[in-house]
Design a protein around this ligand. Sequence first.
Ligand code: ACO
Length: 355
Amino acid sequence: MAENLAPKGLDGVAVDVTSIATTDNSGNLLYRGYRAIDLADRKSFEEVAHLILFGKLPSADESAKFREFLKKNSALGGRIPEIMKIEKQTNLMDSLRSYVSLEPYRNSEAGLLLAEIASKFPQIISSSARINEGSAPLHSIDGSYAENLYYLLTEKKNPRYARFLEKLLILYMEHEFNASTFALRVAASTLTDPVSAIVAAISTLKGPLHGGANSEVLTYLLSFKSEEEALKFVEEKLRRKEKIMGFGHRVYKEKDPRAQFVKIELKKLIGNTDVYRYATAIEEYIWEKKKLPANLDFYAALYLKTLGIDEKFYLPIFACSRVFGWGAHYLEQQADNKIIRPLSVYTGPTGLTLE
Ligand code: ACO
């Protein structure tokens, strides 16, 4: 029996080492040593995905090859589009979970297979949504990962908006032992295959306390007609001790650097508009009253809306990026593995006898 019970939710407990990402003493999120916000500002999605998955920033040649690999593998194979037509799923995370398992993959080496799985996420979510709405799936375009994703989600080509999307995608890519990554590591520690482990991660990301917060943020942010109304809403939520989506974080207790980066980018897009002011007023109010920082999802929701992307895609977009982090953790877990199997402290009855 366990002598020491770990804190609920493993809060504050380090369960293993990782060399993929961390938050430094100044509160910066680092990807393999580089600040995530610097990478978002100066690097492409493909370069950062390569860094996360394979541990090194690619040369120009490696980057081009990786982009080509992602493009070449992005189409859906087998009978997936046909099955999508029959088995319509309204929640795109459910579609993602199902179709990732059904896809016939070509690669068998774990790193390549993980990159192949990731490369299909944009087509799965776009095709699934379009088939549900009665439109034909779109073919990928010849552009960067972000340009193609932007096109698949909006049916528009807009390199400027695609670059804004790319910055957010980079910030969503990795965050050490978050819930979905931890779920994936538990799965990987049993030596299960990459597809099964990614499915565990998708299922965990779907929950509203993890990835599902961003579209809920938009619902309330767009409902206000004045700053007063916005503050009243959060005041009431705090009074009733209800969670306000887009606030709080297990790691960031003062500022989420990703949220602050996206806030600046958002201002470039929409300026000091009413909704921007409501958002910043809410952020200040919640910090003052509860000392909770806005997390990445708080500003990401408005950001994606401004880019003209439909709400149903917000969480799947998060998955399209985080899947590269999941892949890196799968490889790291298996490189130095011990099955993750903690103990529990039993609180049920003992000594019962059958009649
Ligand atoms: N709104 C109101 N109060 C909150 C919020 C919130 N969003 N988040 C935390 N609190 C309160 C808790 O009620 C608790 O208060 P108490 O001490 O008075 O009981 C205190 O702050 C500590 O909160 P915990 O829930 O213990 O924090 P924890 O680290 O366990 O949870 C989490 C972190 C899950 C992100 C939490 O803050 C939350 O539920 N936030 C809302 C959902 C959300 O925005 N998720 C997105 C996360 S970021 C991402 O995945 C990209």
